[in-house]
Design a protein around this ligand. Sequence first.
Ligand code: UDP
Length: 447
Amino acid sequence: METRETKPVILLFTFPLQGHLNPMFQLADIFFNRGFSIIVIHTEFNSPNSSKFPHFTFVSIPDGLSEPESCLDVIEFIHVLNSKCVAPFGDCLKKLLSQEPTAACVIVDAHWYFTDGLTEKFGIPRIVLRTVNLSAFVAFSKFHVLREKGYLALQESKADSPVPELPYLRMKDLPWFQTEEPRSGDKLQRGTMKSLKSSSGIIFNAIQDLEPDQLDQSLKEFPVPFFCIGPFHRYISASSTSLLTQDMTCLSWLDKQEPNSVIYVSLGSIVSIDESEFLEIAWGLRNSNQPFLWVVRPGSVHGKELTEILPKGFMEGLQGRGKIVKWAPQPEILAHRATGGFLTHCGWNSTLEAICEAIPLICKPSFGDQRVNARYISDVWKIGLHLENKIERLEIENAVRTLMTSSEGEEIRKRILLMKETAEQCLKLPGSSFRNLEKLIAYILSF
Ligand code: UDP
């Protein structure tokens, strides 16, 4: 039997949002496969399913989140959790470090901006996982300048003007937050920047060959090592960390469709839209005549249930050409031979998952890094189309047809295939992600 070389313990502190749990668990599996023992520290809210990861030790901390607090806008939610977890995380860390005095380091999600003081107090190195790509990271790191210059209070007349400090981006692409209180976004950025700059290093689920200039620019501003080791999910086939139940009937439905024929539609785990936007997307998909698989998360259409919104007979009229589910096994869908396009909100996990399967994109970003990603997808990497205007059915219909059936769509498909190949090369010797992971492991072992 092969014996596993045992390296020290790594503690990971997960942030309880889907787009943060997924990459953190993938990272944990990467380290486990390289011989480290893993202790996952998590909140009670959105706690991960430990039975799917029997090889990890799980430690839950009481977050004290009330029911109304769990429904706050994302930025307020992050602040509330940061203030409520100071004492429980401190107690937990103290206890774990007395049991595991040789633990190598703590890896925290960048949203846990309060942790810098605590890890310093206990004398344990803290590495931060930043779940955005480098282009969005650069945009976020300039947040204070953008605010000072007044760019973040977007004026309609300047929406398409270029941002002098950020090549490629227009004013409307800046990482704007969906929050009732705009200053909350500033507070989050200040906290995150301070915590990143005082960390022992930053890990990115990104590929430096795709964003070399942004890496150089960031390294000039940040006095800590960077480790771009993405795409995480390609190292191993990790278990799912889905918080919602995945509807597996999607896969048997896809089995019945023609190769590259289905447009997959999902706006991720946080974005919500209003009823009129929902209906425009529905009619646009239907009028495109292309088969579609659409994830409509419960609560993702403001104030209404799906059955209340769709006109009577809408689904029947499709004669099996469309399927709507509450949550899907997204990686399997993107890998399915029938999937030919992805209408996405451009969250970085979804974007990277699509790149790794060479699935061309239609971008419908909402807030934060999604807008930066959408601009890169459409104008820099040219691997997708961008829905820039108010959502209208004709725009959706045209975008789907262009992506799935035109020569322009074919060119986009060829470019994303090249990007997929770059991503694959990066993971193999002498690729950048491969080398960066080796450096990261050596770095952690040197603590
Ligand atoms: N996802 C999923 N099933 C769905 C929709 C999304 O498993 O029906 C996963 C998707 O694969 C991705 C994550 O949820 O890993 C969403 O992360 P992303 O960064 O794209 O967006 P966020 O939800 O953070 O806005």
